[in-house]
Ligand binder design. Structure first.
Ligand SMILES: [Zn+2]
Length: 234
């Protein structure tokens, strides 16, 4: 498939990371892989129209903590059908090994081995792009705004809630609180009831781990603490 050569593919989740990376990195193909998880229907309903949707039923192996073992190994393999440079949309908060630099190195080596010139294919060199892993969501949003992006636009087009209530974000789950932190630190004005609900969630579910040194995401921790101070919660 020579049409895939040199194309940039963004693995699109529908969350704010992929929305922002699309605007900043400008991929040729945005690929959403429907893994048939609890929240994939909500995500698909909100995808921009130019996102390609593929199916891969990994949802049956989803654990209660939302981890799907080896998720990105499957996704990268599928994405090679669309292009040679594949961006995982990883950001600084991601701790799983299948979004790490070690994974990038090993997966590229494996894919180069499998895509060497042989009876069914010419040689292909696959690159896994982790350029955005050095940035927090807050920093990504700041980059988007700095290049002329509209914060309300980013807010309305990013959705990655684990437990939507009648199609709205719950503001009491991991993706919701991360979105809250990054928008609050970029000056977005939240209504009082969302501030209360989300800071209550952070104080009961996240902050104790930060205090105990168990949270393990240095840059993000600073931002969380900064937000709690901003709203006078600590
Ligand atoms: Zn939520």
């Amino acid at each position: 498939m020579s049409t895939t050569t040199h194309k940039k593919v963004l693995l699109y989740s529908g969350g704010m990371d992929s929305w922002l990376i699309d605007k900043i990195w400008k991929p040729d193909v945005k690929l959403y892989i429907d893994m048939n998880t609890q929240y994939s229907k909500e995500e698909i309903a909100r995808l921009p129209h130019d996102v390609v949707v593929e199916k891969l039923d990994l949802g049956k192996w989803e654990r209660s903590d939302k981890i799907i073992p080896l998720r990105n190994l499957f996704l990268v393999a599928l994405a090679t059908n669309y292009g040679d440079e594949i961006c995982l949309g990883a950001t600084a908060g991601d701790r799983v090994l299948d979004k790490s630099y070690g994974f990038k190195e090993r997966a590229e080596e494996l894919l180069d081995f499998l895509y060497q010139k042989q009876h069914w294919t010419n040689e292909r060199k696959i690159t896994i792009n982790l350029d955005f892993k050095q940035y927090t969501k807050t920093a990504l949003l700041r980059m988007f705004i700095a290049q002329g992006g509209n914060i309300a636009d980013a807010f309305n087009h990013s959705f990655s809630c684990y437990a939507p209530e009648h199609g709205h974000e719950c503001w009491a789950c991991k993706p919701c609180f991360r979105k809250f932190v990054s928008f609050a630190l970029n000056g977005y004005e939240f209504p009082e009831h969302i501030v209360t609900k989300c800071t209550d969630y952070i104080l009961s579910e996240i902050y104790p781990d930060i205090i105990a040194g168990r949270y393990g995401r240095a840059d993000e921790e600073k931002e969380i603490v900064q937000v709690l101070r901003m709203y006078h919660k600590i």
